[in-house]
Design a protein around this ligand. Sequence first.
Ligand SMILES: NC(=O)c1ccc[n+]([C@@H]2O[C@H](COP(=O)([O-])OP(=O)(O)OC[C@H]3O[C@@H](n4cnc5c(N)ncnc54)[C@H](O)[C@@H]3O)[C@@H](O)[C@H]2O)c1
Length: 310
Amino acid sequence: MSLQGRTAIVTGSGQGLGLAYAQELARQGAAVVINDVRQDVADAAVAAITEAGGRAVAVVAPVGSTETAQQLVRTAVETFGGLDILVTNAGVLRDKSLLKMTDEDFDVVIGVHLRGTFTCVREAYAYFKEHGVAGRIITIGSPTGQYGNFGQTNYAAAKAGIVGMVRTWALEMKKAGVTANAVIPVAATAMTKTIPYFAAAVEADERGEAMPPFFRHDLGFGTAADVAGLVAYLASDDAASITGQAIGAGGDRLEIFSHPTAVVTEYREGGWTYDALRERFPGIAEGHLASVGETLPPLPAELQPQEDAK
Ligand SMILES: NC(=O)c1ccc[n+]([C@@H]2O[C@H](COP(=O)([O-])OP(=O)(O)OC[C@H]3O[C@@H](n4cnc5c(N)ncnc54)[C@H](O)[C@@H]3O)[C@@H](O)[C@H]2O)c1
């Protein structure tokens, strides 16, 4: 058990990916502070971990505010004697295309994901610094934050922002021996299981069967438990030198994302005037402009959702 004696907070861990992370951290020996806005799922998560021989306590409160962040750290310290690992997983969606997205849709998603990550990490890092803990910050991004996605202005902003914060924190936290990384998960959860494209995989999973290799391998889409190993690894002593990274996990796939980097560099003495750009930009850019969005391969006929097959 690689995390024996450690304490972790996992936000939004009443169900889905957060629950899988909390269960895996507990299996590796960590005591876990479960957090969710729903009392029922938070209680069930604590019961599941306790019945499996682990230690867990629930804090039912919405992440976003400094008060909740303080409550989470205080609970970890008062209940389990310290804090070593923070996983900022809580999330909501308010998908709409830009012209339909309200200020509230934007603020809610930014508040839970971006502000919730910021406030919890600030509180945990203050504890790590004060007590000389070589702590672990594991934030949660999304393919949408890496590539963009139709209908997700708010979510793309929050998830890209989280990866931007992680790169900054890796610099700021290095001296204290604290690591900060972003996991980019893909899994069948309440958030993704209603998407028709994934129906055949979700149905197989619900029947207790393995998901078809097309999903697990080609799409990197599997169960929440498939992502949990990476979270436990990043939380362990084995990952002490891994920081500032965005690492994808889903199904059978693991991905290390590049950071944005210039793919073409050109110089012009005196700078780039409009006329100079007009003349030279097309030649310079040819073959180098970045794509947007993720292009998913067409579903094989036998994996088409039932409605479409009719
Ligand atoms: N499922 C995927 O494929 C996928 C892909 C990319 C990123 N993610 C990210 O992974 C995380 C977990 O997603 P999931 O698929 O398990 O979703 P989920 O909806 O199953 O679980 C999210 C949990 O967060 C809780 N929550 C919501 N707002 C909260 C708040 N303010 N404070 C505390 N808890 C709150 C919910 O009650 C729920 O239990 C999210 O950050 C999500 O954006 C998921």
